[in-house]
Design a protein around this ligand. Sequence first.
Ligand code: UT7
Length: 324
Amino acid sequence: MINNIKIIGYGSCMPSNIVTNEDLSKIIDTSDEWISKRTGIKERRISKGESTSDLAIAAAKNALDVAGISASEIDLIIVATSTSDCFFPSTGCTVQSGIGATNATSFDLAGACTGFIYATDVAIQYLKAGRFKNALIIGAEVMSKVIDWNDRGTAILFGDGAGAVVMTVTDEPKITKVYTKSDGTKSEVLKLKAVPIIDMYENVKTIDRSTMTMNGQEVFKFACNVIIETIDALLANTSVKLEDVDYIVLHQANSRIIEYVSNKVNINIEKFFMNLDKYGNTSAASIPIALDEMYKKNILKSGHKVMLIGFGGGLTWGGVLLEL
Ligand code: UT7
């Protein structure tokens, strides 16, 4: 038997420190006008000491409160992140300990900005197969650790934060469709290199930080194409039409990408939830942060059909069509 799945909890945690476009224009050659017009971003949260796992733990606790289940009932924790505090223990294990999820299997998943979609897919497969019952899926990033603050092409885009959902098995019939892809040949377009600390043969010793590099225009074109591809793939072989979808939550990267997609598929922009003006691009965290905000605004209703779509480094992309 293949189980049905539904989301029962939403949570998020954002650093309290707000950095406006105006603030950024004091440290790099940019302006509020340029950033607002080209990206839609007005401000972002930048960690002052909060680690990726601190944010993930707080988001997880909020999601568990909403779900009304205890941490010990969680069987699976997946944290999508590119900015884990440590290579090991995983942020998943740190979250497990932080919330007391004594019965969980916990790990991280590296899918860049598509990470939350990949993690949701993995959780769905486990739950559908009956291996686990309750999954905690988290996207958490402290992007400010990996930004080159001298590069105005990337520094203005990103922000820090974490979002989480609790997903469970249900008897109610629910639509669930997943689509994921990657293209490793385009790895140079968006890259964050790991830091070599010690090389045994070269005797290289460095504590230099590695920072992200991006070809913005390439990513922009790629994003516009793969979002349309993903929408088509999610609807294929289902009875669902795009007009039946209540909300489309795209990875929050640039309002111009979202506006392009809205025009291209001829669906009112109101159906595309956006909060990137407040948080910028929080990579793997952007979709669950958006979901939590939608939950708090009380706009998510049981039976709603919601499409979640991510894209990013790898290159990676994909989406999930869910019935709430
Ligand atoms: O999670 C996935 C991650 N990434 C994305 O989704 C990013 C997708 N790409 C984008 O959002 C856009 O490509 C950017 C916002 C990054 C850049 O916008 P753009 O419209 O593609 O600008 P551009 O790179 O073509 O640059 C246009 C001009 C250039 O000046 P010149 O050569 O025309 O004189 C840039 O030097 O704007 C300049 N510029 C800036 N000016 C002020 C680039 N960045 C800035 C800046 N402030 N921050």
